[in-house]
Ligand binder design. Structure first.
Ligand SMILES: [Zn+2]
Length: 465
């Protein structure tokens, strides 16, 4: 099957130019001006006049079917990847969880089974390490070799996910040998728990307490600490869901002195704030960790994206229904499941608030939503760009189409939207994954279970770039 995409404006991280794209089977066979005019034949032609032709989005941070706080994040690999596809994402990386006291492999197998035969998008896994010991350290080497090259550890959630500093350090040292990458959730969890308990004891039980307890400075402190550990181990480190100026300052300072420190932020930290947590129990819809910050952090994070102190935007998609799930925390904000629905809107929100509102170029938009996640997570140039030989993961993107976000029309399996009623500009007309059209004019037209596991390479980019 050959598909010719004609008359579009190709936008990559490097630049933009009008050209046609020939897709042959699952990959891009040719990119050039006037392919159609020169008589290039194809089984199907897609006219992209007035549209961008960009690489499909890569969301490096999702949690489908994650068990949390006695319940499960609601989207399955099927519903979650379908929603992501509607929003212009064509690859996701989810987090497999090592069950405490068991092998990493056991957790990975469980998550593989959840995805295989269900995901409609290509998928990879990061591995959450619940135990750091001789056995799990040795296992890390094998997983890196098998295409699961990164490992997430936490300085938050004592008793659940938290690893003490010496464990984090040992895992980091192992990546010096095996070429993997440590991803950190950096907040000072034990101290936050003390503050949260005090708040509840003094009568603050509403969701706002969640935001008040988790000081930005305690994210900054944990970020600095993890950078020191990585520098001592002589390895790169990557921060997930960086939310505050305090953490950004630590990352910027480290990068300024030449340390290979990398970080993502999420749309919710660029567009929503602590105020959203304040509306009585309604605020539960906005409970995630780290929490939404005061509005004055927004400009710093946008600047961080512009200056490349933040290299990409993932979603941390981890949705819970307001009814029946978020409600578990009525009367005690500590029992509200942490997480937000986000996977469907990332590409369009970044286009609207980044490109349309003049905060970044369209090339930088492509870079932070597709190219950098591909590079940092070992999938480039198979994914993340429009180039000969790359997977044909392509969006025909209408930069002018306006749409209104609503839970009534979104495809995520969750009963509310963070952005209910917001009107934004820009949406994909067509979403293609490995040469197969999945979504056309916001309607699902693709096959079921189209997704495939992506074996990712060692984290060389974060060492050498
Ligand atoms: Zn997460």
């Amino acid at each position: 099957m050959r598909t010719l995409i004609t008359n579009g404006l190709i936008v990559t991280a490097e630049g933009s130019c009008p050209a046609d794209v020939l897709v042959d089977g699952e990959t891009i066979a040719l990119v050039g001006a006037g392919l159609a005019a020169r008589g290039m034949s194809a089984d199907a032609t897609i006219d992209a006049t007035g549209k961008y032709v960009v690489p499909g989005g890569i969301d490096g941070h999702t949690h489908f079917e994650l068990p949390f706080g006695g319940t499960f994040a609601k989207d399955t690999f099927e519903s979650g990847t379908k929603a992501a596809a509607h929003g212009g994402t064509t690859t996701i990386i989810d987090f497999a969880v090592q069950p405490k006291g068991h092998a990493l492999r056991e957790g990975l197998d469980v998550w593989m089974a959840k995805a295989e035969g269900h995901a409609v998008l290509d998928y990879g896994f990061h591995m959450i390490m619940s135990d750091v010991n001789d056995a799990s350290l040795a296992e890390m080497d094998r997983l890196v070799a098998e295409g699961v090259p990164d490992f997430k550890l936490f300085t938050a959630y004592p008793g659940v996910f938290l690893s003490p500093d010496d464990h984090i350090f040992r895992a980091m040292k192992q990546t010096a040998k095996n070429g993997g990458l440590i991803l950190m959730h950096a907040e000072n969890g034990p101290v936050i728990d003390v503050i949260a308990a005090d708040l509840v004891a003094n009568g603050t039980t509403d969701p706002i307490g969640h935001g008040l307890a988790r000081y930005p400075g305690l994210e900054g402190e944990a970020t600095s600490r993890c950078i020191s550990l990585a520098e001592a181990a002589g390895v790169p480190v990557y921060f997930v869901h960086l939310s505050s100026r305090d953490a950004l300052e630590a990352v910027s300072a480290a990068r300024h002195r030449g340390s290979p420190v990398w970080a993502e932020t999420c749309p919710q930290y660029l567009l929503l704030s602590l105020d959203d947590l304040g509306n009585g129990f309604e605020g539960a819809k906005y409970v995630c960790s780290p929490p939404l910050r005061p509005k004055d952090h927004w400009d710093d994070l946008w600047r961080g994206l512009l200056r490349d102190d933040l290299q990409l935007v993932g979603t941390d998609h981890c949705p819970f229904d307001f009814e029946g799930q978020k409600e578990l925390g009525r009367g005690d904000f500590r029992k509200i499941p942490n997480g937000l629905p986000a996977v469907e809107d990332r590409v369009d929100l970044l286009h609207h608030f980044g490109v349309v509102e003049g905060r970044m170029t369209r090339e930088r938009w492509v870079e932070i939503m597709a190219t950098n996640p591909a590079k940092i997570f070992g999938m480039y140039p198979q994914k993340g760009t429009i180039a000969v030989g790359s997977d044909a993961d392509i969006l025909v993107y209408d930069p002018n189409r306006k749409r209104r976000i609503s839970a009534k029309t979104h495809h995520m399996d969750v009963d509310y939207s963070l952005y209910e009623g917001w009107e934004i500009q820009g949406a994909p007309d067509l979403v293609m994954s490995r040469g197969t059209v999945l979504v056309r004019d916001n309607a699902w037209v693709g096959p079921e279970a189209h997704g495939r596991f992506v074996r990712r390479s060692r984290a060389d980019y974060v060492r050498l770039a």
